[in-house]
Design a protein around this ligand. Structure first.
Ligand code: ADP
Length: 594
């Protein structure tokens, strides 16, 4: 891993450091995997979240605008409906009370006839009253006794004289039923001043009209007067005759129309008051109100703020479902990815570690080889001299007669010669270990070679009651390699197997074809096996577990060197008490390791 800089260095596992400091490498890999997972997750989820938030915001804006345009349209329609109704009533009253009809209408009979004709058409008319220029009721038809009443100092009377028409708020008064009044002033035909025609209309008329403009796109619709007193029945917010719930709204913010106006020209009607109010209980509502022309009435439409409808709900549901699915899929993929990358790094670290260990081992072997060659060379000469001189002394003994302790001395000299010979074997092996002989190549039938090697050791095996079996692949490809060196390799291993068994056991020699031009030779025994610690050291020079004088500890290290040189690999599997299996893989073609 060469990318160990900055923040990356902090999360990357470092197996070399770990080996030096004896840390827990697995813990580092886990930390790396988790950090990688977190980093990729943040990188993937951040844009996803931003996009989701943006679309959430955009769609909300869109719905808000649509919703606002809709409610304003409703208010305008309601406004024109009620205004049309009021102006129609005014026209009728003005028509009935034409200027010149004053005298005629003073006649109770004539007023009665007119009233009953009117009531047939408009049953909500409650009474009709003619008031003279001094403000005194001169003629009345209706359920009460109002004739003779004086209105001269009343505000409404002054207003009607001033403006020509007066429309009252809806009130109960002494009649105890909600009603409103429309009064028109007419010019006196013969005298100066004006007379007034006053009509009382049942409040339910207004209620019916308000009901006709009720739609499902608003939550409530009703009329209020200038004092915010509710005139028609609200469905949700408040009661008739009481103050509107929004008169005391906790918060009242003017609605920002700037962005909406451009798109919905209808909102340019500035007489429409749009506010956002927070009512008791924390609910935020959109409050749209418009003053109705020539009346003291105000039309109010109320809607719970922003999209409590299905469109918004389903949009949010869809958005959050998609988001949730994306997050789950992302987590799954990133988890797999980070685990995959970590496994890949772990595997390449393991291979690197193995490679380094092998290189170290090869290096060690090379140094020991050089050392051994020097030592062997130096020792060989004195050994030859000792051998030669011992032989000479023995020859002298043979030529001389009998003398004291002759036999014991001969035995001692024999012992010296044996030891010298053993030393020679060791130095010979040492030189073999160190010698860089060229590999001689020839075509070899490995099955045949195995049988030849066994032939050397057959006697020893039979003597120790060891049975040697074969599991050979008869179709095995012939390989090009060094016969002599392969013989040495196989001899070393089979010899060790015989030693490990001792007596009574079994050795199986196998061969098989491996893919990509490689063959495998296996030597398995059911001897004592090796512990893990022993297995780790068997290829080290001079490592032996055999008793002094028996093992040199060079067999397997030489074997290792030869197999490497021939371009192959050697592997061991062993279990204490169960046995050992050596597996040698060799290339089919000529292979000499550099
Ligand atoms: P030596 O045979 O002189 O001891 P080797 O290098 O050939 O040296 O072997 C090293 C050690 O490996 C042996 O001493 C023995 O402990 C172990 N060994 C090798 N082959 C086997 C085997 N088949 N079963 C058990 N131990 C083995």
């Amino acid at each position: 891993m060469s990318l160990k800089h900055g923040w990356l260095a902090r999360i990357m596992p470092s197996f070399s450091q770990d080996i030096e400091h004896g840390g827990d490498l697995e813990k580092e890999y886990r930390f790396f995997s988790r950090s990688l997972f977190a980093i990729i997750l943040v990188l993937v989820l951040t844009p996803l979240m931003i996009i989701s938030m943006l679309s959430h915001y955009q769609y909300r804006q869109l719905l808000q605008k649509k919703e606002l345009a809709q409610i304003v349209l409703n208010v305008e329609q309601g406004e024109s409906t009620i205004e049309r109704f009021v102006s129609k009533l005014q026209s009728i009253i003005k028509f009935v009370g034409r200027d010149d009809r004053y005298q005629e209408l003073l006649d109770p009979q004539a007023l009665e006839t007119l009233f009953s004709r009117l009531q047939r058409e408009y049953p909500d008319f409650v009474d009709l009253e003619i008031i003279d220029a001094r403000g005194i009721s001169r003629s009345y038809v209706g359920p009460y006794q109002l004739k003779g009443r004086e209105y001269g100092d009343q505000t409404w009377y002054r207003q009607v004289l001033l403006k020509g028409v007066y429309i009252s708020t809806v009130f109960s008064g002494f009649r105890r039923v909600p009603h409103f009044v429309i009064a028109v002033s007419r010019r006196h035909p013969r005298q100066p001043g004006s007379w007034v025609l006053r009509v009382t209309i049942d409040g339910n008329t207004l209620q019916r009209y308000v009901d006709t403009i009720r739609t499902s796109s608003v939550d409530d619709i009703f009329l209020v007067d200038g004092d915010q007193k509710v005139l028609t029945r609200p469905q949700k917010y408040g009661l008739v005759g009481q103050h509107s719930a929004f008169a005391e709204a906790v918060e009242s913010t003017s609605y920002d129309l700037s962005s909406i106006v451009a798109e919905h020209e209808v909102l340019l009607q500035q007489h429409i008051a749009i506010t956002v109010k927070k009512i008791q209980g924390g609910e935020r509502i959109l409050h749209v109100a418009v003053d109705l022309k020539e009346t003291p009435w105000r039309l109010v439409m109320v809607k719970e703020l922003y999209m409590h409808g299905e469109a918004w709900f389903y949009f949010q549901l869809r958005l959050f479902s998609i988001l949730f699915c994306c997050v789950v899929v992302a987590i799954f993929i990133i988890l797999r990815l980070s685990n995959g990358i970590t496994s890949y790094i772990r595997e390449s670290d393991r291979k690197r570690q193995l490679f380094l260990a092998e290189a170290e081992h090869a290096n060690k072997l090379a140094s020991i080889g050089r050392l051994a060659a020097g030592v062997a060379h130096e020792i060989n000469n004195p050994l030859s001299i000792i051998n030669q001189k011992t032989g000479l002394v023995l020859d002298y003994f043979e030529m001389s007669g009998v003398f004291d302790h002759k036999e014991a001395m001969e035995e001692a000299l024999d012992g010296i010669q044996k030891s010298v010979n053993r030393c020679k074997t060791i130095t010979h092996r040492l030189l073999g270990f160190a010698r860089h002989t060229e590999v001689e190549s020839e075509e070899i039938d490995l099955n045949l070679l195995l049988e030849e090697v066994v032939a050397f050791l057959a006697k020893e095996a039979t003597y120790n009651q060891i049975c040697i079996d074969y599991a050979l692949d008869q179709e095995l490809e012939r390989i090009v390699s060094d016969r002599g060196q392969l013989q040495q390799v196989l001899l070393n291993i089979v010899n060790n197997a015989i030693d490990a068994i001792g007596s009574n056991g079994r050795i199986i020699l196998g061969s098989r074809q491996k893919d990509r031009g490689q063959v495998v030779v296996t030597i398995a025994d059911n001897g004592g096996g090796m512990s893990r610690e022993v297995q780790q050291r068997i290829f080290d020079p001079f490592f032996t577990t055999k008793e002094t004088g028996k093992g040199t500890g060079l067999g397997l290290s030489i074997t290792y060197g030869i197999v490497e040189k021939l371009g192959g690999t050697i592997r061991v599997e062993s279990e204490v008490g169960a046995g050992t299996c050596f597996e040698i893989t060799l290339p089919v073609g000529r292979g000499q390791a550099g």
